[in-house]
Unconditional design. Structure first.
Length: 312
């Protein structure tokens, strides 16, 4: 099976009351851990690459690693997606370079500028058989190239979604309902609560249309505790409760983005490994358990949050 777009994935997810996991990838071990979990659970999966990941690992290396994962997992659909593309030129480069899906994030721009840039990307992408995710509303937090102060975050206005989707022609829409980028999503002592009223109204306005949630890592406290135990310093790291994400996946949300949880899983295992094996220096020694940690975490998300196991 070759790389696919998300079109059929999202249609099945919307009708089936589950979501597809979109996991950020940066190197071989992360790609292997994600796709091994998805392959064993017969789950569709989206491998997404940020602008920062392309700068770190190189576009060609990442594409070839993903293509290798497709060969190794022929029974599951795999899409390659650009996460948070911030310009037409970046989106075009990924479209021309083998991606099957791109996100143009012009959510920080005025409404009409967001529409104009998104429409430009959509026209080019559709001419090349690639689908487009857009964003309306602005998430707070810091992750890779994305950095938005809390006081500048803005919930999506449901009354705008029909006009936006119609005029841009986008294939899916990322909305802001209280999720946040990074591992520090909320102030300590606060209770995270997604705005399901906003989600429900957006879904009502756009029946059958795929909705996307960014910033949806749950920041498992066992990983945070392990990192801190072995020399880390992550006080107050809080994420989105998994039961709220499962509720979102059962509605119009067809794609849920997860990145920080992968980083936390790998870092926790590597810190512990170095503490227990101070004499080891072979990267294969510590990257092997790190890869397994990614696989275990992704398998947990597929079964307990996304509900997409057996849906390939």
């Amino acid at each position: 099976m070759a790389l696919v777009t998300t079109t059929e994935m999202f249609k099945k997810a919307y009708d089936g009351g589950y979501a597809v996991g979109a996991f950020n990838v940066n190197n071989m071990e992360i790609i292997q851990g994600i796709t091994e979990a998805a392959g064993e659970l017969k789950a569709p999966v989206i491998l997404q690459v940020s602008k920062g990941a392309r700068a770190y690992a190189n576009h060609t290396y990442l594409v070839k690693l993903v293509e290798a994962a497709v060969i190794e997992n022929p029974e599951i659909p795999i899409a390659l997606h650009l996460d948070h593309g911030d310009s037409f030129e970046l989106c075009k480069s990924c479209i021309d370079g083998g991606f099957t899906s791109v996100m143009i994030d012009a959510s920080s721009k005025p409404y009409e500028e967001n529409i104009a840039l998104t429409r430009k990307v959509v026209e080019y992408a559709h001419d090349h058989g690639v689908v487009v995710e857009a964003e309306l509303g602005t998430l707070a937090g810091v992750e890779d190239e994305v950095s938005v102060d809390t006081d500048k975050a803005m919930y999506t206005h449901p009354e705008e979604v029909v006009d936006f989707a119609t005029r841009t022609g986008c294939d899916s829409l990322a909305i802001a309902i209280g999720t946040s980028h990074g591992a520090y999503k909320f102030k300590p002592g606060t209770k995270p609560q997604l705005r399901f009223d906003v989600l429900e109204e957006c879904a009502k306005q756009l029946p059958g249309f795929p909705i996307v949630l960014h910033g949806s890592s749950s920041v498992p406290q066992e990983f945070v505790a392990e990192i801190n135990k072995y020399g880390g310093n992550m006080p107050g790291a809080i994420g989105i409760p998994e039961e709220q994400l499962r509720q979102a996946a059962a509605s119009a949300v067809c794609k849920i983005n997860i990145d920080s949880d992968i980083r936390l899983a790998m870092t926790a295992v590597i810190r512990k490994y170095f503490a227990e094996h101070p004499d080891h220096f072979d990267p294969r020694q510590y990257l092997k358990p790190a890869r397994q940690a990614v696989k275990d975490m992704v398998a947990h998300k597929i079964v307990n949050v996304l509900g997409c196991n057996g849906k390939a």
